[in-house]
Design a protein around this ligand. Sequence first.
Ligand code: FES
Length: 172
Amino acid sequence: MKDKDAEHNQQQQLEVECRCEKFEEIAKVIDSYKSDPGNLIQILHASQEIFGYLPLDVQQFIADKLNIHVSKVSGVVSFYSFFSTKPKGKHTIMVCLGTACYVRGGKKIVDGLKKKLNVDVDDTTEDGNFTLKVARCIGACGLAPAMMIDNEVHKQVNINKLDSIINKYKEE
Ligand code: FES
């Protein structure tokens, strides 16, 4: 039991150190942008690269460094779909719900994935493998309905194809 506790404490210690290092990296990024709030979007991009996502304490840290209110940072984070406040899965699934895809069954694809992966939109599966998101158009309207997994576009998707598409990423 003692060994387990020690292991757990050590793990926690490592996580804290790792987090501190990431905050230091973000501070360097902000310095490189001369703490100018006009560069907020670039700073958020870089911070998301470093941290993987943008939780509230990271947003607060950025706001303090830029000397602006955290609501301004949160407003930008929630406006752009490429920013995330939750940890992302190993793979991001982006189902298109733009007009062409919507009328050809995009919503059914979203519902099928929600059921298959047991998640809601903007959530990550329990095993950390997939994050489900929706988009407005991914530039494949002629072959709708379409979805992207990471950088790969899947066209003319239908419910029956979902298993084979998803399983390919599970095996990777
Ligand atoms: S509307 Fe779906 S790709 Fe354009």
